[in-house]
Structures are given as C-alpha cells and as structure tokens.
Write a protein that binds this ligand. Sequence first.
Ligand SMILES: *[C@@H]1O[C@H](CO)[C@@H](O)[C@H](O)[C@H]1NC(C)=O
Ligand SMILES: *[C@@H]1O[C@H](CO)[C@@H](O)[C@H](O)[C@H]1NC(C)=O
Length: 379
Amino acid sequence: MAIQKSLLAALALLGATAQAAGVSRKAFGFATGTTGGGSASAASPSDTAELTSWLTDSTPRTILIDKEFNFLGSKCTDCKCCKPSSNTCGSSGQNAIDLDSSSWCGSYPTLTCTYDKAALEGIDVASNKSIVGVGSAGVLRGKGLRIRNGVSNVIIQNIHITELNPQYIWGGDAITLDGSDLVWIDHVKTSLIGRQHFVAGYEASGRVTISNSEFDGQTSWSATCDGHHYWTILGYGKNDKVTFTGNYIHHTSGRSPKLEFNSYWHAYNNYWYNNTGHAFDVGDGTNALIEGNVFNQVDTPFLDDSSPGKTYAVSASDKSSCDSALGRTCVANTLTSSGELSASDSSVLSSWPKGEFGISVVDASRVKSAVLKNAGIHA
Ligand SMILES: *[C@@H]1O[C@H](CO)[C@@H](O)[C@H](O)[C@H]1NC(C)=O
Ligand SMILES: *[C@@H]1O[C@H](CO)[C@@H](O)[C@H](O)[C@H]1NC(C)=O
C-alpha cells in the first residue's frame, strides 16, 4: 500500500513535469479555443533545419524553443536599396531595401547595401502548432514567423524574435498573419525589427489574442531619426477580432497600432511608454474599444485618420454608456505626460461582438507595475 502510494505520487510528479514543458495557461479573449499542438508531447528541435521542418510539417506539435536559433548569415551583398526622404539622419536613419516586387522606392536615390536574406520572409507555420520558449532561453534571431493561407490554431508563447535587418525598411516582419484563424501570441518579445513587429492582412486573420507581449522599439536605425521604431503594429486584416492586452509597447514613434478594414480590436490594460509619435491610428471600418490602458509619455495617443474608423476610448467622464452597452463595468484609460485620447463613437459599443470570452479588465492604476513585471519573455 505504502509503495503503491509513493508510486502514484511519483507518477503525478512526472505528469506535472510533462505538463510544465509546454503551453502555460489557456487562450482567452477572441482566440479562446486555440489549442496549438494540443496534447502533442513537447520536444526541442536540434537546429534551425529541424525547427523549420517541425514548424512547417502537417503534424500537430509542441515545439520547445530552449536556446537561440540563429538564422543570420545568408547575406545579400551589393544589393539594391534606396534612401527615402524620411531618412534625414544618415546612418542613424532607416534606408529601404528595394525589393523587386516593390515600387515603394519610386524616385528615391538608390544605393547598394548588404542585408540578411533570411529575415525577409518568415517561416510559414502550419496548423496545430505550439511554439513555446523554455525559461528565457527561446530566441529566433534573424527570422520571423508567418501564419497564413488558411492556417489555424497556433500558439506562440514566451519567445524573443530579434534582428530582422533593423537598418532597413522592408528588412523583415516578426509575426505576420494573413489568412489565418485562432492565433494566440503570448509573452512574446520583439526587438530590432526592420519593418513590422506585428502585421495582419490583407486577408482575414480571424480570432486573435495578443497578450503579455513586449514590443521594444529601441533602435539605432530609426525611420523617425530619434532612436524609436515607427513600424510597430499593423492591423489590416478583414473581419478580424483581436484581443490586445497586458502588452508593453515602448520607444516607438508610430503605428502602435495602425488599424484599418473591418476589424474589432479590444485593447485593454496595456502600457504604452515613451512614444514620440502616434499610438492608435484607427482607419476606415475598424472598431476599436480602448479601455483601462496607461499611456505614459506618448506624444499622440490617438491620431485622427483622414478616413476615420470607429473608436470608443473609455474615459472617467463618459463611462456609463459603455457600462450599459456591455453590461459590465468599463474601465477608464489613464494618460500621463501624453497627448489626448478622446473618442466616443458609441456605434462601437452597439456592434461589439457578444460574449467576453474570459477576459477581466482591471483598474488602470494596477496596469503599469503589472505589465512591467509580467510582459515579455520569462524564466
Ligand atoms: C488540426 O487539428 C484539428 C483538430 O484536431 C483537425 O481537425 C485539423 O485537420 C488539423 N489541421 C491540420 C492541417 O492538420
Ligand atoms: C524617451 O525617448 C527619448 C527620445 O528618444 C529619449 O531622449 C529619452 O531618454 C527617453 N526617456 C526614457 C526615460 O527612456
């Protein structure tokens, strides 16, 4: 009997260990139901080739990122770049890679440049995958991830994506959604990215939750010539539903986020810090509900777009219409040393998708310390 008991205890311990090596917590918000690789046993790929093969094959997998996977080294030398008019500061600005498919460079002066080819296109992740960092060891250096062309059910948790040609506009995007559904991005850090830290579109991205992540805009090559990154978060998917919460967005200078087309974005309990340009740019067709966030040293929290979308930002003075429309207590945003956030299009509230999918919005007074402690990758 005693032996049997300790055997059971040992088995329970083994079970607990196996469970710990994998996804932590459950998807909530609009991406509720995302299970990634589900119960697939967790395993660590040995090198970038094996990682790529596991990410792209048709087997449901729990892929542990327990070290740095370095994709750098595939240089394009003597390649074509251009110097856009935004670069008024030479080597501390961003030039642009002149991709064959892009007419972006137009009549800007051309120059030769060297960049890393691997960063230009992320790995095309297949359906039913969990990609999970172990401790704070999980790094993808020089290559991002794409979830597109009908792929669904992907979890990306606790990894750092970095060094995608940060010198260059079009140098690479960290995470791309383009024709996807059910994606949960949690505790991800992105830094030193050439183009977008996150981009959705133009195809629908379906149900998405971006939580507890760190968008670090500090760079030595700034499109706005001030050490801050401009191309941060772009939501251009059609009919997307995005829950954006617990994130730390800092040292950016624009597009944090820029949203357009027919989507719902619920941004709550995030911390914006030291943004020298705009945070929200809400364009045509997008419904944005902004509540319980903290904006600290954000020059322009809300940019009035030329073809504006629908935005409701909860303020202390106008909370009651939100409370009654959503049937719960809405939470006001807090702004310090920042510009204005004034938007009260109540059609956002009347058309808001029903059901709150396990979210809970806390008072803004609790946000800064919680986000600073919690967001990004963790041991
Ligand atoms: C992903 O998993 C779901 C549920 O098990 C399954 O129906 C679907 O076919 C899987 N997708 C792929 C591409 O394997
Ligand atoms: C905020 O950004 C500005 C401009 O880059 C920089 O000078 C300043 O040191 C930053 N402040 C902090 C506290 O990081």
